[in-house]
Design a protein around this ligand. Structure first.
Ligand code: GSH
Length: 211
């Protein structure tokens, strides 16, 4: 049994979507980061960093934080969505790109463009441009691929699962998905997966998924 400490954010949704894709039993512990639950003594026992998501695996009493690590851990534990052959590195490079570029840059774009508009023109411009550059790169990759990694035209993997929830916040990044047609096609296709519909609304329904 897996415990999931999470909230309705892109990093949290990566893990709930993945657990739904795996179809495994898990228990959700909502950590309302707007109210400061992440600073409670109880949560600190599983997350030294005070950040969601975190999982606790009862099978081996292991607690794991950092969403990219959690995805790799679960993929290896259940043997799904991360190939064991040479395409593993293809998937991992896109997963690391999500963790090191998309997550931090999109996060800063949300901070300056959506939550604090008008506070810093320089920062707004910088992160808007960087977000656009990352969308262009993703669009270019998807020109010839159905998914970001894997053999043939690509296959759905933890890299797509990590990227999709960040793209679902495109409105907060000032992005129009019609400007990136391949990303839009990929986004809509993944949107239709039942596990995505369910995992998006964990720990609670926030709003309809933007389309
Ligand atoms: N690199 C971490 C980032 C985790 C993260 O920033 N979580 C945010 C929500 S998406 C959080 O818990 N924020 C609470 C806070 O900063 O106080 C990961 O990918 O898991």
């Amino acid at each position: 049994m897996i415990d999931l400490y999470t909230w309705s954010t892109p990093n949290g949704r990566k893990v709930s979507i993945f657990l739904e894709e795996l179809g495994v039993d898990y228990t959700v512990f909502p950590i309302d980061i707007g109210k400061g639950d992440q600073f409670s003594d109880e949560f600190q026992k599983v997350s030294i960093d005070h950040k969601i998501p975190v999982i606790y695996d009862h099978e081996n009493q292991r607690s794991i934080r950092e969403s990219g690590t959690i995805l790799i851990y679960l993929a290896e534990k259940f043997g799904k969505f991360l190939r064991a052959d040479e395409y593993r590195w293809d998937t991992l490079q896109w997963l690391m790109w999500q963790m090191s570029a998309v997550g931090p840059m999109f996060g800063q774009a949300h901070h300056f463009l959506y939550y604090n508009p008008g506070r810093s023109t320089y920062s707004e411009e910088r992160f808007k441009n960087e977000v656009k550059r990352l969308y262009r790169l993703l669009n270019k990759k998807l020109e010839n691929f159905d998914y970001v990694s894997g053999p043939g035209k690509g296959e759905y993997s933890i890299a797509d699962i990590a990227l999709w929830p960040w793209v679902s916040r495109y409105q907060r990044q000032g992005i129009t998905l019609n400007d990136y047609p391949e990303v839009y096609r990929w986004y809509k296709e993944i949107y239709q997966r039942p596990a995505v519909q369910k995992g998006y609304n964990i720990p609670h329904f926030e709003a309809e998924i933007p389309t």
